[in-house]
Design a binder for this molecule. Structure first.
Ligand code: C2E
Ligand code: MG
Ligand code: MG
Ligand code: MG
Length: 289
């Protein structure tokens, strides 16, 4: 089954390659160049995550989201370039760069008046399956000095089923470092409540599709309410993402949901902008980097 899935993913990808091979070749060349030239075209944006159970819905930290602004091709979304980066074997160096940047800056926020700010970093299954992923995470913690509790790695369940046993053992080792693990996009793809039982996640992130018609849709409301109850019962945090309107936010307020993320609160922001809005303290020295 796992093999079949793997093949399907490759097949799906080659369909895209056939339909736009020039674009794909342009992206490939530019991505390789961007990687050798020190990832300068890549930038990590930060989207704040709020706690709606506390007065003033304060920021609790951010999700790191990569942006690629190619000199030649312009702005390319992660949805488009991450599958290609995986296919080309470039996701590991790019992902390690995102991890390092995220930990480095979160540590600065922690040292400058926000000791509990957390940073969430997305890891695709390809990244999780790198042979030395545990060492990479451990080394990044060591090099940046971030408190491991303030790093959360987001993994998606659709991919987690590929090789469940291996995945479980890798995630267990990462958790031993003190790092938290979030289940991203919960409720989509190969959803199974079993994953929540099998892997000791610290956070469940409800997929944003459930938020889309939240105000009027009884099913989505019940789904989020159910996940919130479950999370509460097993002592896992729930984070609802993709909140765009006040109506959606109001519906969530009455549920056991603490953490939220979405355009209604703020977009993913360049680091300096995130810091201007949410890290209101003496600016640390840029040169420290
Ligand atoms: P994700 O991890 O589920 O991230 C949430 C996505 O929803 C982000 O899209 C974010 O910009 C977007 N979003 C946030 N609030 C709202 C909202 O209110 N409405 C709507 N419509 N969208 C909202 P983005 O940045 O384009 O990233 C897409 C996906 O690419 C991410 O989904 C994640 O799976 C992947 N990704 C992004 N950065 C990285 C990275 O550094 N490494 C890896 N492996 N994957 C990444
Ligand atoms: Mg995510
Ligand atoms: Mg998500
Ligand atoms: Mg996603």
């Amino acid at each position: 089954e796992a093999k079949k899935l793997g093949k399907n993913r490759v097949a799906l990808y080659s369909d895209k390659i056939d339909s736009s091979s020039n674009r794909r070749l342009d992206m490939e060349k530019n991505m390789r160049d961007a990687a050798v030239s020190g990832y300068k075209e890549f930038e990590v944006y930060f989207q704040p995550i709020m706690d709606i159970q506390l007065p003033g819905t304060p920021c609790t930290g951010a999700e790191a989201l990569i942006r690629w602004n190619s000199e030649e091709l312009g702005f390319i979304t992660p949805a488009e370039f991450i599958p290609l980066a995986e296919y080309l074997g470039l996701i590991n160096p790019i992902g390690n760069y995102v991890l390092r940047e995220s930990c480095f800056f979160c540590k600065q926020w922690n040292d400058n008046g926000h000791p509990n700010y957390k940073v969430n970093v997305n890891l695709s299954v390809v990244q999780l399956l790198q042979t030395d992923i545990v060492e990479i995470v451990a080394q990044t913690l060591k090099d940046t000095g971030i408190n491991p509790r303030n790093l959360t790695l987001e993994v998606t369940e659709s991919l987690a089923i590929n090789d469940m046993e291996r995945m479980k053992s890798i995630l267990a080792k990462i958790k031993k470092l003190g790092v938290r693990i979030a289940l991203d996009d919960f409720g989509t793809g190969y959803s199974s409540l079993n994953h929540i039982r099998e892997i000791p996640f610290d956070v469940i992130k409800v997929d944003q599709s459930f938020v889309k018609d939240l105000a009027g849709d009884a099913y989505s409301q019940s789904f989020i309410r159910m996940v919130a109850e479950l999370a509460d019962a097993i002592d896992v945090s729930i984070c609802v993402e993709g909140i765009e309107t006040k109506e959606q936010y109001k519906v969530l307020e009455g549920m056991k949901v603490r953490l939220v993320q979405g355009y209604y609160f703020d977009k993913p922001l360049p680091r300096a902008e995130f810091e201007n809005r949410y890290v209101k303290i003496d600016k640390y020295e840029e040169e420290k980097k």
